[in-house]
Every structure is written in structure tokens, then in C-alpha cells.
Design a protein around this ligand. Sequence first.
Ligand SMILES: C[S@@+](CC[C@H](N)C(=O)[O-])C[C@H]1O[C@@H](n2cnc3c(N)ncnc32)[C@H](O)[C@@H]1O
Length: 227
Amino acid sequence: MSKPEELKIVTTADGSKTVYHTIIQENYHSRNGALQESNHVFLNSGLRYYLADKITSQVAVLEVGFGTGLNFLLTQDFCTGKEITLHYVGLEAYPLSLDLIKAADYQQWVSANTWALFQANYEKALTENVMLNDFCSLHIAAIDAHIYQTDLRFDVIYFDAFASANQPEMWTKDFITHILSFLKSGGVFVTYAITGDLKRIMKSQGMKIEKAPGAAGKREMLRAVKP
Ligand SMILES: C[S@@+](CC[C@H](N)C(=O)[O-])C[C@H]1O[C@@H](n2cnc3c(N)ncnc32)[C@H](O)[C@@H]1O
């Protein structure tokens, strides 16, 4: 999956770009707007929801399917602005080239500093945990998320896998249970989709689930909190 020649940059409805995978025929973000989806599903319904009732100076985020790094960039920008220390781990089995990431042009949606730090450290972050500045560390584990293991525990999980129609192995009970094992008690799991199967899996793991309004083009999305 994801050979460079199989990927192309496309523009979504809100003017932001994403990557289109020509073999599985799926975008990395919603065609209704990459930027609005990342902001709505992950930053606002995930991280900001988690932080809303807390006084905290740090947060740890795990992303399944790091891709272009748009979710990370928006999260880093937000946390740096609030002086919240961010520990971010992205899982990515098929890392994109830096050239492709640059072609997505995300510098227009985040501060110049956030963008500069990301592109300067992207390749290093694929091999180790990197401190980007006083407030942010990034590690992109270039690994199949099914075999990822860590002693770290996270406050928020951004679950951004391809749709189950294309990658059913990312939506099984075993895999989602594996990913939930990295979530702290009180932590928040968010994803852009919501299905009966997903709700059943969440309930079987004791998660408190909530249907949240979906990003443009989707009525609902799933948010779940670990008791
Ligand atoms: C919908 S895209 C995510 C887009 C990404 N969050 C972004 O902002 O660009 C799904 C991502 O999951 C990655 N992926 C697919 N299978 C994976 C696996 N087994 N483990 C980790 N990542 C995987 C894909 O390469 C792709 O980058």
C-alpha cells in the first residue's frame, strides 16, 4: 500500500488539500473539507472536548493513521498557543514522503513556526521521539498499528484509519481493543465515523459513548470516554 505513484494531491471542498490513494480510491481526509474535518473531529470534538473541564499544562495524544500530519499540525498550533505541553505519537504504517507532505500546503492553515518545526523534524520524528520546541514532542512510529506496543498512556486518541469498507482490519474488536489499551482512564477516543459495530465494540470495552455531530457531509461521529 501507498507507493508514491499511487498517491496524488487533491483539493477538497473547503479549499484545503489532501492525498488521494488511487488504488484503494479513498482520500486521506473528507472530500467535504480536509481542514474542517480535522478541526471538527479531532481538534474540537477530541482534544478541546477533553481539555474543556480541566486545568492541565500537558496532554498526550495518540493518532492512528498519521498520514499528512494535518491533525498533528492543528493540535500543535493549538497547544503552543495555550502553552500546553503536547506529547504526540502518530502511528503510520506507510509514511508519506516529505515532498508529498509539503505539496499538501498546510503551512497556510497553521503558524509559520509550527510548519517550520514540522517539516524540519518530520524525517527524524519517523525514527525517534523529537522535541520540536519547549511545548511539543513528536514521534511518528513507522509501524503497523496492530503490533504497536508502548508503556505510554494517552489522554486523547485520534482514530483516523481508512474506512472499514477499504481496511476492515482497522475496525475489528481485537484491533480497537488493542488501541483502547493505550488510553488513560478519563481519556477520550474520537473518530470521524459511527457504526453499530463500532458502538458495540466500545460498549463491550466499558467505554461511555456519545454520538457527536459529524463533520461536513456526515450527520454523526463517535466520541467515547474511558471510565
Ligand atoms: C484516512 S488516512 C489518515 C489521514 C491522516 N490522519 C492525515 O491527517 O493525513 C489513514 C492512514 O492510515 C495509514 N494506515 C493504514 N494502515 C495502517 C496500519 N496498519 N497501521 C498504521 N497506519 C496505517 C494510512 O497509510 C493512512 O496514512
